[in-house]
Write a protein that binds this ligand. Structure first.
Ligand SMILES: Nc1ncnc2c1ncn2[C@@H]1O[C@H](COP(=O)(O)OP(=O)(O)O)[C@@H](O)[C@H]1O
Ligand SMILES: [Mg+2]
Length: 318
């Protein structure tokens, strides 16, 4: 088995907006092992979704993947043909979005929507596909009698389960989940996290995106922290939580999670920068209480101490 299921190397993604060029993902590298749960954490606007959607090739104009490489299970995803990629997305890579209605059609019964996955990818007949749909629906914790329901007849939590059912229907090797619980209340949030973890136990790698470091810490094998389009810290979850090296990660840990997503992290003053013109040097320096001269001038590179990597001039190592 290859060491990594997914390897993102030096990824650069920009949005060519009318008001300027947004450097949303700026030379980010990240690797995911088979069966691993990795969480990407950071405030809103740090480039998490852009990074994740690049893997699924869901970046459309004015966005563009400008540089880098994404290798998935031995294939260079940015170079596979559209025909080849259609076989990978949905089959080997599943995606769950924050709002389940992104992937659900409000006008069609959920059973038909799940069945369609089997019909399109595996060429199944309708009857057999519906049988499979019932199976996967029960697997995500929804009773079979809901098969004929429309999305609006379900709760937000149930709709997210249906969206997960569609994403995992073909047992993908990688499940990308972008803030899948952010719009749900905490109890439902927990049951969805349990559900994702159950797929991990069956061998699926999970790339989980969240603004909530505490939530990520509970389930992840590894955590990657993004700030202003950059990867600023990465390592085993317990190391990130017990010994965060980047002042940004330290601030995230001290912040109180907010159901609707913190607009502002209380322990860190200010906001992430405008990515059309990020600050020079370390992008975090205007908000960092440890910032010195070098932080204002020189961009810190990611340095690794064993498995724990950090991009900070002031990071100390115990
Ligand atoms: N379609 C778009 N056009 C212009 N800028 C965009 C677009 N989508 C996202 N961005 C910008 O890219 C940056 C990263 O956004 P995003 O990947 O959504 O971050 P996150 O998921 O961490 O909240 C932000 O500055 C955002 O404003
Ligand atoms: Mg996002």
């Amino acid at each position: 088995m290859p060491r990594y299921l997914l390897e993102i190397k030096d990824l650069v993604v920009k949005y060519y907006a009318l008001s300027g060029i947004v450097r949303a993902v700026d030379h980010v590298s990240l690797a995911v092992k088979p069966g691993e749960w990795i969480s990407v954490v950071g405030e809103s606007g740090c480039g998490k979704s852009t990074m994740a959607y690049s893997i699924a090739r869901l970046i459309s104009p004015p966005g563009k993947i400008v540089d880098g490489k994404i290798v998935f299970d031995g294939r260079d995803l940015l170079r596979t043909s559209p025909k080849e990629f259609r076989k990978i997305l949905g089959r080997e890579i599943g995606v769950v979005f924050q709002d389940p209605m992104t992937s659900l059609d409000p006008l069609r019964r959920i059973g038909d929507q799940i069945a369609e996955v089997y019909m399109t990818h595996l060429g199944m007949k309708k009857k057999e596909a519906i049988e499979k749909a019932i199976e996967v629906l029960e697997r995500v914790g929804i009773p079979r009698d809901k098969i004929s329901a429309y999305p609006h007849q379900m709760s937000g939590g149930q709709r997210q389960r249906v969206a997960i059912a569609i994403a995992v229907a073909l047992r993908p090797k990688l499940l990308i989940a972008d803030e899948p619980t952010t719009a749900l209340d905490v109890i439902v949030q927990d049951t969805i996290m349990d559900l994702l973890q159950s797929f991990k136990k069956e061998g699926t790698s999970i790339l989980f995106i969240t603004h909530d470091l505490a939530l990520a810490a509970e389930r992840s094998d590894r955590i990657a922290v993004m700030y202003a389009g950059k990867l600023v810290e990465e390592g085993p979850a317990e190391k990130i939580v017990e010994n965060p090296l980047h002042p940004y990660t330290q601030g995230l840990l001290k912040s109180v999670p907010d159901l609707w997503g913190p607009k502002k992290i209380e322990s860190i003053p200010g906001y992430p920068p405008d990515l059309r013109s990020p600050p020079p040097g370390c992008r975090f320096h205007p908000r960092c209480r440890y910032a010195g001269e070098s932080c204002r001038r020189e961009e810190p590179v990611l340095r690794c101490f064993g498995e724990h990597c950090v991009a900070c001039h002031r990071a100390w190592v115990k």
